[in-house]
Design a protein around this ligand. Structure first.
Ligand SMILES: Cc1cc2nc3c(=O)[nH]c(=O)nc-3n(C[C@H](O)[C@H](O)[C@H](O)COP(=O)(O)O)c2cc1C
Length: 363
């Protein structure tokens, strides 16, 4: 199967095309947000993936919302992540760290000094934030960033990339998807600035590209990937010109020679396929697709040359040995238990059973 053809991601040689998608599991220390011992077990259990992309980690204390999500802006967090990357490397795996900033989707009640979240423009996301008592409250209207403050945020990402390097990660993935800060700059529904960070696609892409350029200084282009979600409509961060914006991004990232572009692509409409093909045309690094893939549909897109890697999210939550299971036709898969996705603790995290492969082959 194409899934098991060895490949390269940047400079890394990887044994298969099966990527563990970034998955926030809200299992870090509630106050310090340091990864706990169980994270090293969880990620090492999944080290047979071609490579792992870590859960999204906050680049700054001004980014947070739900308790227990990961971060990479303090020394303690770097040391805690070092234990995770060591465990993955000892298990012969490879791991990139996903970096993000929530921007207007941060929770003011959890930010230092209860400050307002920042964003390109003072426009609230559609939707709600979870509250401590289990109810929901609307996203706040954020404070629009002064032009001079944007450099500080770019710097937050650069420091986080340095931290990721010090923590032993093989590379970083910039989370430019799902309506978080980088995507808020990209999309003109959320970005109505009149300075050099707003307006046409080149201006809206500037924030991401400045962050990418810094990350390249730290990891080399071979250690940098970018995740985008051209079809995300979750919280009102639309773009009026996706068919210009995303190919421009693909072109600009290609010029920088980064390792990969990671596309969240649950949308199988003709327009989505056309955009994917346009990106494939302009971007010659690796293309990773994610979203609702099965063993068979993943193998199909790899064989058709539509992708170089396929990332699996929920199936990797419930099957630590997903790669071994995919090697066996019709091997049973554990069902992911949604109730424990963000529940904390070991249950639903490190206790999903591996398959008894010999028994499965004989069955
Ligand atoms: C519990 C959970 C947490 C997630 N956390 C992240 C995240 O931190 N960063 C990210 O880019 N995507 C995140 N996603 C999206 C996944 O990476 C993936 O794109 C999505 O689950 C679709 O793939 P699947 O159908 O294989 O699960 C998350 C998804 C789930 C279910």
């Amino acid at each position: 199967m194409a899934l098991f053809v060895p490949g390269k991601i940047g400079d890394l040689v990887v044994p298969n095309r099966i990527v563990m998608a970034p998955l926030g599991r809200a299992r870090n220390h509630v106050e310090s947000r340091e990864a706990l011992g169980r994270a090293a077990i969880y990620y090492a259990q999944r080290a047979t993936a071609g490579f792992i992309i870590s859960e999204a980690t906050h680049v700054s204390p001004a980014s947070v919302s739900r308790p227990g999500t990961g971060a990479i802006h303090s020394e303690g967090q770097v040391a805690a992540w070092r234990a995770v990357t060591d465990a993955v490397h000892q298990a012969n795996g490879r791991i990139f760290q996903q970096l993000f900033h929530l921007g207007r989707k941060a929770d003011p009640d959890r930010l230092p000094g209860r400050q307002l979240p920042v964003a390109p423009s003072a426009i609230a996301a559609n939707g709600t934030l979870p509250t401590a008592d289990g109810s929901a409250k609307p996203f706040p209207v954020p404070r629009a960033l002064e032009t001079s403050e944007i450099a500080e945020l770019v710097e937050d990402f650069a420091r986080a990339a340095e931290n990721a390097r010090d923590a032993g990660f093989d590379g970083i993935e910039l989370h430019a998807a799902n309506g978080f800060l980088i995507e808020q700059f990209l999309r003109d529904d959320a970005n109505q600035r009149h300075d050099r960070y707003g307006g046409g696609v080149e201006n809206r892409a500037r924030f991401l590209l400045e962050i990418v350029d810094n990350a390249i200084q730290i990891f080399g282009a071979a250690g940098v990937g970018v995740r985008i979600s051209p079809h995300f409509r979750g919280d009102g961060a639309g773009a009026s010109d996706p068919s210009t914006l995303f190919p421009y991004l693909g072109w600009a990232l290609n010029r920088r020679n980064i390792a990969y572009l990671h596309l969240i692509e649950p949308d199988a409409t003709p327009a989505a396929r056309k955009l994917r093909a346009a990106l494939r045309n302009v971007f010659s690094g690796s293309l990773i697709l994610a979203g609702d893939f099965t063993r068979e549909s993943a193998d199909y897109v790899l064989r058709a040359g539509e992708a170089d890697f396929v990332a699996f999210g929920r199936l990797f939550i419930s099957n630590p040995d997903l790669v071994a299971r995919f090697r066996i036709p019709d091997a049973p898969l554990n069902e992911p238990d949604e109730a424990s996705f963000y529940a904390g603790g070991d249950r639903g995290y490190i206790d999903y059973p591996a398959l008894d492969a010999k028994a499965a082959l004989l069955a």
